[in-house]
Ligand binder design. Structure first.
Ligand SMILES: [Zn+2]
Length: 453
């Protein structure tokens, strides 16, 4: 090809481009483009050109590359399921019956479909654990109207499978990793790809943080324990709790870290720029606009609720119950106008199960349900918030033989001191709650939360 013909070809290309880019052809661009969803599915929608031109088709672009043409004013961009939660920019243009293209619309970046997401995990809380707590509160009436745990009254109820990558019976780390990242891993692994290349697996908490939202972890265990760790840390094994604390304070930096201490001391938190508190009084005095708040309310795990009822010197006279930590967390997180992600763990339901202690187990579940009540009270009237309550696995092989009177312990049997593989329940409320009905797997959380609209 000679120089002259190449010049003509380049000229023709630039004319075509400018015809697409500038509308001397009279058709206006689509308006009010929106893009919702950030992992496997982004819903892109727009309004027709405001000049009222008859539109034959719309072309949709992702990051300046055309990805499809439709005759409707919406488009679903299906992305590979292992995509991370990264922001993409979408534009669209309109084409009229003569083939004239409008300029591209104003761009819209993909975003999360929900403002606020609250995941609440009762660690080791199988269906029979829920039933045992219901029996304790309501006696044989449990399950009838007005005699239910708060989470049993939510509009969506379902079941969830919990197996890990290397076992039918998961541990807390593998299940929390599945919930937090959408990936199955081997037991004891904290949000890295094992089996696999050991890369960090992106978590839903990190996704919210990257979208400018506030984030928080609240638990009754040590704050660096497996369940919260999988949302904001990446380590080959859960026992590396000092390293998990470093991940929290130097990498993920959740705005709220409330629970037991052990590996995360108030000094470490303060050195990392957190306001560190250790009592209910200090927590109550913390200003709402504290950007980074850390509460270490016990030197190890928080005390068992049951044990606190058996002593003259109730530690909960001085430190907050789970529902109080949750209310305080919500007070901080709601300060972010973009929204937030909060993980709440009733972490010692599991410990009561491992000990086959129905008293400790039941009162931890009751305290967890009070935290659910606090979250629902906060969320009343909102249409931009999702609340999901579930468990990571069952612990103890619990079976409720008989509901006794309200206030009495139910008659139960246990089959193991360890976890079991029985499916756990899901309870959900709010926007997109229906995605948690029926039977789901613990890996379904990430996409259910991040996909639009
Ligand atoms: Zn667990």
């Amino acid at each position: 090809m000679g120089n002259a013909s190449r010049l003509i070809w380049v000229l023709a290309l630039s004319i075509t481009l400018s015809a697409c880019g500038d509308s001397d052809q009279g058709i206006g661009a689509p308006t009010q483009l929106q893009a919702v969803g950030i992992k496997s599915q982004v819903h892109v929608s727009w309004s027709p050109p405001s000049d009222g031109a008859v539109v034959a088709a719309y072309r949709v672009y992702r990051d300046d590359v055309e990805i499809g043409e439709v005759t409707t004013t919406s488009f679903v961009d299906e992305l590979p399921g292992d995509e991370e939660c990264v922001t993409r920019q979408y534009t669209a243009l309109a084409v009229d019956a003569d083939g004239n293209a409008s300029p591209r619309s104003e761009p819209a970046a993909s975003s999360l479909p929900l403002s606020n997401v609250i995941i609440m995990i009762g660690d080791g809380m199988g269906p029979e654990h829920e039933r045992a707590a219901g029996c304790y509160l309501f006696g044989p009436d449990h399950g009838s109207d007005g005699s239910e745990l708060v989470f049993e009254t939510l509009p969506v109820q379902g079941q969830m499978t919990t197996y890990s990558a290397n076992s039918d019976i998961t541990d807390s780390a593998a299940s929390a990793t599945a919930i937090a990242t959408g990936h199955k891993v081997a037991n004891n692994v904290v949000s890295v790809a094992n089996p696999g290349d050991e890369r960090d697996l992106y978590t839903i908490l990190e996704c919210f943080a990257d979208q400018g939202r506030a984030t928080g972890l609240v638990t009754t265990t040590q704050i660096s324990h497996a369940t919260p760790a999988c949302f904001a840390a990446h380590q080959p094994v859960r026992l590396l709790q000092a390293a998990i604390v470093v991940d929290y304070l130097e990498e993920a930096r959740p705005n709220v870290l409330f629970g037991g201490a052990l590996h995360m001391t108030p000094e470490l938190a303060a050195d990392a720029g957190y306001e560190a508190v250790t009592t209910r009084a200090e927590l109550d005095a913390l200003p709402d606009d504290t950007e980074f708040a850390s509460g270490q309310f016990a030197p190890d795990h928080m005390p068992y609720e049951y044990d606190a009822t058996q002593t003259e010197d109730d530690p909960y006279d001085v430190i907050p119950h789970l529902h109080e930590m949750v209310t305080a967390a919500l007070g901080r997180l709601e300060e972010n106008p973009e929204g937030f992600f909060l993980l709440v763990e009733g972490g010692r339901i599991d410990h009561g199960g491992h000990e086959n202690s129905i008293e400790r187990n039941v009162l931890e579940t009751v305290a967890f349900d009070e935290a659910v009540e606090a979250v629902l009270a906060w969320a009343q009237g909102r249409d931009d918030t999702l609340i999901v309550i579930t468990a990571d696995h069952e612990t103890g092989g619990l079976d409720v033989v008989e509901c006794n009177a309200a206030g009495d312990w139910p008659t139960v049997t246990w089959s193991t001191l360890d976890h079991t593989g029985v499916p756990v329940n899901t309870h959900a409320w709010g926007k997109n709650a229906d995605r948690f009905g029926g039977t789901i797997d613990n890996t379904d959380f990430f996409t259910a939360i991040s996909s639009g609209p």
